[in-house]
Design a protein around this ligand. Structure first.
Ligand SMILES: Nc1ncnc2c1ncn2[C@@H]1O[C@H](COP(=O)(O)OP(=O)(O)OP(=O)(O)O)[C@@H](O)[C@H]1O
Ligand SMILES: [Mg+2]
Length: 288
């Protein structure tokens, strides 16, 4: 083996020995009801089926529905972290197929309005659990508020969900414009959901990529197209994630394909240090 190659191999092995840390991904949309929660949940399940350790955070605080979509009942939700002095691990609910999530709860909440002490507690708890996962996926509420925005900007990646309807596309562009204005470094993927055909999905994807490139001078990463699929509605009605309801349905096949492609791209990447999300969030919140 050439010296250079040996050195490269050593570097790679050393990189692999760094303490593991979770990649944080925020699932976002402009318009509501376009399929964020369903995508976040089923993408998480598909990753878990591929031996990735995944934690889903329902950050649609007060309106969360990951528990409803999985047919499991959560004893605690994220807001209990402060109310009851629990640790973040105590908030875990174990859903189907070894999926772990933290519920968002229902009712009014001021979760994003944390005082310094609570915020520090949240960060230290987050730091601890992040070491045990490969991916932490945030299912966000629709649109953005000043407070939830920090979580999106602090994430390493975001996945924007939109349908090809003009209203959804317009709102998708609006949220992208807002995010890119605040944080130039974030990598944003796009999923076109509920596509009537591959062709319609592709056209919408290309159109969005084009306007983002032209007017925001940013690169939007196409992640994939999910077909409109009756089986999704049936799965939601039965409170079973669609991937488990029927793994051969068009939407299930698409989400698995998207996950395979995503992992192929990712597995080779040397991961940045463990604290990146926490450090970024801290900076964003304290600078506000
Ligand atoms: N690929 C699909 N095919 C058919 N129906 C779908 C698909 N994706 C989502 N839906 C329908 O859209 C509904 C809303 O989906 P979901 O709750 O995931 O959206 P959301 O973006 O998380 O909504 P919110 O903004 O309220 O959080 C689902 O209950 C389902 O009926
Ligand atoms: Mg949702």
């Amino acid at each position: 083996m050439m010296y250079d190659q040996a050195q490269q191999l050593r570097d790679r092995l050393m990189a692999k020995q760094q303490p593991p840390r979770a990649k944080t991904i925020a699932v976002i949309s402009g318009k509501g009801g376009v399929g964020k929660s369903n995508f976040a949940l089923n993408f998480a399940l598909a990753l878990a089926k591929r031996q990735q350790r995944v934690l889903v955070f329902d950050l649609d605080i007060g309106m969360g529905n990951i528990d409803i979509l999985t047919g499991s009942s959560a004893k605690y939700n994220l807001t209990d972290l402060f109310k009851s002095g629990l640790s973040m691990k105590d908030l875990f609910t174990h859903g189907p197929e070894a999926l772990t999530y933290i519920a968002g709860g229902s009712g009014l909440s001021d979760f994003f309005e944390l005082d310094d002490e609570r915020f520090e507690y949240f960060l230290s708890q987050f730091d601890q659990i992040a070491k045990a996962y490969d991916y932490i996926i945030f299912d966000m509420g629709a649109g953005i508020s000043q407070n939830s925005l920090s979580f999106i900007l602090a994430a390493e990646e975001a996945i924007l969900i939109t349908t090809h309807e003009p209203t959804s596309m317009t709102d998708a562009y609006a949220i992208l414009k807002h995010i890119y204005r605040m944080e130039k470094g974030i990598k944003i993927y796009t999923v076109i959901n509920r596509a009537n055909s591959q062709q319609a999905g592709r056209v919408a994807m290309e159109r969005l990529q084009k306007v983002v490139q032209q007017f925001l001078t940013r690169k939007l990463y196409p992640m994939g197209i999910l077909p409109d699929d009756q089986q999704v509605m049936k799965a939601v009605a039965r409170q079973v994630p669609f991937l488990l309801h029927n793994q051969h349905s068009p939407a299930s096949k698409a989400v698995q394909h998207i996950t395979d492609q995503y992992l192929e791209d990712k597995l080779d990447i040397t991961r940045p240090p463990a604290t990146s999300f926490v450090t970024k969030l801290k900076r964003l919140v304290t600078e506000r």
